[in-house]
Design a binder for this molecule. Structure first.
Ligand code: ADP
Length: 744
């Protein structure tokens, strides 16, 4: 019974097409609540169904507008009876179709109904009463409510995002998990103008097209990224279906799943498989029965089987040689216990039957519940490293053989200075135990005076990586005395220049040391002798000179011409001897200066030298020129002797064809000065340029040029004392340049 039925009834009543009695009988029998009012709304009639529905028997003529006891709007607000649909209709206003109301019975129970009021008019169209049909829609409403609540419950409890989007992108609904994904409250989400605003910019166009497609009636799924209101990005996968909206339009209902984790896991697994594939090691997995479940590229390379050939086979059948079959059950037993097998060196068989040395590392693999389900196995080819190892052992043996054959003590040390090897000589010499290494092996037998310096020098070398050199004394247990050794060590470096080993020797220099000592002592004695001899000779020489002169002067009348001539020889000889003795004394004294070198102004030394040479300069007409001269860290007398000898020679060995021209220069080099004395004299044959610096070495006889052959030897000795060098550049007849170096 609906609005149409009520109007049909009204028409029947108003046209009085049927009698009252018939009418009442008819409506009484109807299962729909029907009542009638007069123009003022007072109840004039109601049927049994109306009593049943409203739960009361209204009072005719008194109760107005509706048979019900209390009325409410669908949202629960009370609806006064004079505003109920029937009252509205009786006032002549339109009542919209499909209105739903709630009524409460006196017993408090409620029911939903749909009224269909219609007015009765007289011949002139005036309203004379009304008739209303109340359709009980409680069951339908309840069913609807139930469905709605179920939907709500599903939507609210699902962990997925459930949303409804209009064709224009307006977000119509979103459940709490969805709100969580975009980091928004319900109000914030509803304030988003277009759902595309939370879609990642690069996916917006695709999403828009997808939304359009769904709103045109098609189902579909899509993956896209969203950027939440707080800027967080998620990967989403949506499954959408068209939905008919209340306003009749088609909207987009979607269940969207956050697949960020899944994507991440996919990426990780892709990365892992890329790593596994690019590994140089064979990576194999197997289950607890030893059946191969995965096989990477390197496993193919190493064993010769393709993944298709290997997967499904047992390791024991495929790879393990006959004589090693017992290994697999042992390995599987360990794995079942959750233990790992680390760097197990063994042998496996390739597809071609050849054997290969490998190092295995096997770890148990557990499932998500922690149950061991198999193992992953890394196999490394160690054929090469075994070969290198064998070579190393061989070369070490060769080295030891060689080292033992050497007359020296040979040792090696680690880069940190720990001595880790000695050859046989060491044990023979020291008599110490064969297993003592490190500092404790050499320190106790080193001379106490050499200990500190030896330790410092060795560790300074270890630190700097520079070769090491030392002279020290070790206790010779066989003779129970100290012996001198020359210790040397050089670092051995790898291709990357890092020190991998120190290689050292100790050479016995004890005898050499003793000879050197004897030589030093002999030299000292000799110098002492030369010094005292020359010193003591001066006196008798002077007597010879004085008395021969006196004899000549006082007794010349008694002496024959020949005797006078001999007397002259005697005097000259004595004078020459005197000069020789003086020069020799100077020479032996040249090294006797032990005081630290003073700083000497070379100009001063030159001045003194020139003053001593003034006679020779004047008589020869020599020109002596000098450039600017420095101060040097040399004893003043030494420098003066150098100048005096070299300038003296320059004048003495002048050319008969020209006046002597002597030039002095000094030029600074890093750390020392180079002095030069250049002359225009007779020059020196280059073949004598070394010889002339020797003691008593002369190129001329005393008749040609006076001299003792000591001057240049003295110069050499002085320069040598200061660790300098003296040499000559000359050609016969062309003059000479003498150069020497002295410290700054
Ligand atoms: P001497 O007492 O003979 O001069 P020196 O030791 O001073 O002894 O010189 C050794 C020799 O070197 C000299 O005999 C001389 O032959 C040669 N000699 C030294 N200086 C010069 C020079 N300036 N020019 C040529 N020869 C020189």
């Amino acid at each position: 019974m609906n609005r149409g039925s009520a109007e049909a009834l009204t028409a029947l009543v108003s046209r009085q097409a049927i009698s009252d009695a018939v009418f009442r009988e008819l409506v009484e029998a109807l299962p729909v609540a029907i009542y009638m009012t007069d123009a003022q709304g007072r109840l004039t009639y109601f049927n049994a169904a109306a009593i049943k529905l409203s739960g009361r028997t209204p009072e005719l003529g008194t109760d107005k507008w509706c048979v019900t006891w209390k009325l409410f709007l669908p949202d629960g607000t009370p609806l006064p009876h004079d505003q109920c649909p029937m009252a509205v209709a009786l006032r002549g206003d339109d009542v919209p179709t499909g209105i739903e109301c709630i009524a409460e019975r006196p017993d408090g129970t409620r029911f939903w109904f749909m009224p269909s009021p219609a007015v009765l008019r007289d011949g002139e169209g005036r309203i004379i009463g009304g008739i209303n049909l109340l359709m009980d829609i409680t069951d339908r409403r309840n069913a609807e409510m139930e469905a709605k609540e179920q939907f709500r419950a599903i939507v609210d409890t699902t962990p997925e995002c459930v949303k409804i989007v209009a064709r224009d992108g307006t977000l119509l609904f979103m459940n709490p998990p969805g709100l969580g994904m975009i980091d928004a409250s319900y109000a914030e989400a509803m304030a988003v103008k277009n759902v595309c605003d939370v879609i990642a910019p690069e996916d917006r166009e695709r999403f828009r097209a997808f939304n359009e497609m769904v709103c045109s009636g098609q189902k579909g799924s899509l993956q896209f990224d969203i950027v939440g209101l707080k800027g967080k990005r998620h990967h989403m996968e949506t499954h959408a279906a068209p939905l008919r909206h209340m306003d009749g339009s088609t909207v987009h209902l979607a269940v969207t799943h956050d697949i960020t984790e899944r994507k991440h896991a996919e990426r990780v697994s892709l990365l892992l498989s890329a790593i596994v594939d690019s590994s140089d090691d064979a990576i194999i997995s197997k289950d607890l029965d030893g059946v191969i479940t995965s096989w990477n590229k390197s496993a193919e390379r190493l064993f010769g089987y393709t993944a298709a050939e290997a997967i499904g086979q047992t390791v024991a059948n495929l790879l393990i040689p006959e004589d090693r079959q017992e290994e697999e059950p042992n390995i599987l037993a360990l794995l079942r216990k959750g233990e790992r097998v680390d760097h197990f060196d063994t042998v496996r068989r390739r597809k071609d039957g050849s054997l290969i040395d490998i190092s295995l590392t096997i770890s148990p693999v557990r499932n998500a519940q922690g149950v061991i389900i198999g193992a992953s196995k890394i196999a490394r080819d160690i054929t090469e490293s075994k070969r290198i190892q064998a070579k190393l052992v061989e070369s070490e043996a060769r080295f030891r053989q060689l080292a033992d054959a050497m007359p020296q003590i040979v040792w090696t040390a680690r880069p940190d200075g720990y001595v880790d090897y000695y050859n046989e000589r060491w044990y023979e010499f020291t008599g110490i135990g064969r297993f003592a290494f490190g500092d404790a092996s050499w320190e106790p037998i080193l001379h106490p005076q050499d200990l500190q310096i030896a330790r410092d020098t060795w560790y300074a070398a270890v630190h700097s990586g520079d070769p090491y050199n030392i002279e020290c004394r070790f206790l010779d247990r066989r003779e129970n005395r100290w012996r001198w050794f020359m210790g040397r060590a050089v670092p051995v470096r790898d291709a990357g220049e890092s020190i991998v080993k120190w290689f050292g020797t100790y050479t016995d220099i004890d005898e050499q040391k003793q000879v050197e000592d004897q030589l030093r002592r002999a030299n000292a004695d000799l110098e002492q002798f030369a010094f005292s001899a020359s010193h003591d000779l001066q006196e008798p020489l002077r007597s010879i000179k004085v008395y021969s002169e006196l004899l000549t002067k006082r007794h010349s009348d008694k002496l024959s011409g020949e005797a006078l001539k001999f007397m002259n020889f005697l005097r000259n000889g004595a004078t020459r001897m005197e000069i020789l003795v003086r020069d020799l004394l100077t020479y032996t004294q040249a090294r006797r200066f032990d005081q630290p070198p003073e700083v000497t102004d070379a100009n001063e030394a030159l001045k003194t030298a020139l003053a001593n040479l003034s006679d020779a300069i004047a008589s020869s007409g020599a020109a002596i020129k000098s450039g600017p001269l420095p101060s040097v860290a040399v004893n003043g007398t030494h420098l003066q002797q150098l100048f005096q000898n070299l300038i003296g020679n320059a004048i003495k060995y002048r050319s008969p064809e020209r006046l002597p021209d002597v030039r002095l220069e000094a030029e600074q080099q890093t750390g020392y000065w180079v002095f030069s004395v250049a002359d225009n004299g007779i020059g020196i044959d280059p073949k004598y340029k070394e010889t002339i610096f020797g003691l008593f070495k002369r190129l001329h006889s005393s008749d040609e040029y006076s001299g003792t052959g000591i001057g240049l030897a003295l110069c050499h000795r002085i320069v040598d004392r200061y660790h300098g060098r003296i040499w000559v550049e000359s050609e016969s007849g062309r003059g000479s340049i003498f150069r020497f170096t002295l410290p700054v």
